[in-house]
Design a protein around this ligand. Structure first.
Ligand code: NI
Length: 388
């Protein structure tokens, strides 16, 4: 079965919205123009309710079906923010804002959800309520968490949530998902090691902080190989290593390490934190130095629930022949994870073809994917809440 015909008719209009948003990217919570654009369109469609300012600058809208006999409520989410990247895509609707670019396709996600909203407002061919969640600050600002913390799930009585993300490398026309973990958690750590600086020719009078920090880096890499269950997936990377020595004949007094831990297993986050602290502090102590560890929890693992993933896959199969129901998980992170912690639901990938990867200055969202994304949202609503 193909995409819904209405979205083929609306394709140019939705592409126009997408390219307008693309030319005017905004960062994190500062998405006032984008949120304003979303509210204007929603107002034109005649949705039942629009509430701005949820999760600071998020927009929540409600579309009621023809009937509501069972009190069903489904949440559909899109992200609105761009990235601090200078665009090098060469498209004629490129960013007009220096240093900002929609390099993750959130302009596409927002436009797709607007397209679905227009269709659902016109047809209302379902029994229940759709709640649209346009969130700010997906790119590191935890805007999804801000909306959940603002009570969005309880206030609108949302029972299950769905979202999508374009995916370079998957063919346009494909929808891919899997039950269980789909994207990794992302935590960061900083370790400041303090030894005793001194003359390079008199190491016996110093505590060589560079050597201590080096031992810590090596030992940190035993966490994944020796502490983590080999069946589970954890990545630990030390990304920076800086000392306060600027000369070859000076022993450093302090060193600073920064790193990240990614995992698909929620229980491994606690283990990694405990081990990073222990290894850093005790290794430093063994050399007479001191290590202070700062742990900065980031986005949780994005975990699709079984039943809702099955519904997402069924809806995908109804609108495209190209569905991968067992796509491998990947190690980037996604703050839809917070919504999936609050409610059952599913996140799917929408093929974006052979383009540069997300977050690359040459990345281009493929507008040909729009009708499929819209059709999937609409089909999902009509299947999960069939008209009475
Ligand atoms: Ni993204």
């Amino acid at each position: 079965m193909p995409i819904k015909n209405r979205f083929a008719e609306m394709h140019d209009e939705i592409t126009g919205w997408r390219r307008h948003l693309h030319a005017h990217p905004e960062l994190l919570y500062d998405v006032h123009e984008t949120a304003g654009f979303v509210q204007e369109r929603l107002g034109e469609f005649g949705v039942d309710e629009i509430t701005p300012g949820i999760g600071r600058t998020g927009v929540v809208a409600v579309i009621k079906g023809k009937t509501d006999t069972r009190g069903r409520v489904i949440g559909l989410r899109a992200d609105m923010d761009a990235l601090p990247i200078t665009e090098a895509s060469g498209v004629d609707y490129a960013s007009t804002v220096p240093g900002k670019m929609h390099a993750c396709g959130h302009d596409g996600h927002t436009s797709i959800l607007l397209g679905a909203a227009k269709y659902l407002s016109e047809t209302r061919n379902f029994d229940g309520t759709v709640v649209l969640l346009f969130q700010p600050a997906e790119e590191g600002g935890a805007g999804g968490k801000a909306m959940v913390d603002d009570g969005v799930m309880d206030r609108w009585n949302i029972q299950e949530v769905y979202g999508l993300h374009n995916m370079p490398g998957l063919p346009v026309g494909q929808i891919a998902a899997r039950p269980g973990p789909l994207l990794a958690s992302s935590d960061e750590f900083e370790i400041v090691v303090t030894g005793k600086g001194g003359h390079a020719a008199a190491p016996h009078n110093a505590i060589d902080t560079t050597l201590v920090a080096s031992q810590i880096v090596v030992s940190l890499h035993t966490i994944v190989s020796r502490n983590v269950d080999p069946i589970k997936r954890v990545v630990l990377t030390v990304g920076t290593f800086n000392t306060d020595s600027n000369a070859s004949n000076v022993i450093a007094h302090t060193a600073r390490l920064e790193g990240t831990v990614r995992t698909l297993d929620p229980d491994m986050r606690a283990l990694a934190e405990e081990r990073v602290r222990r290894v850093a502090e005790d290794t430093a102590s063994a050399f007479g130095a001191r290590a202070e560890v700062k742990w900065m929890p980031g986005y949780p693992v994005t975990v699709n629930t079984e039943d809702e993933t099955a519904h997402a896959i069924d809806a995908a199969r109804a609108v495209t022949p190209d569905v991968d129901p067992e796509t491998p998980p990947i190690m980037p992170s996604e703050d839809f994870a917070y919504m999936l912690e609050a409610r059952p639901g599913a996140y799917v990938f929408l093929g974006n073809g052979d383009t540069a990867m997300c977050h690359h200055p040459a990345y281009v969202f493929d507008d040909e994917a729009i009708p499929l994304g819209c059709s999937w949202f609409a089909e999902l609503v009509e299947r999960r809440m069939p008209a009475a």
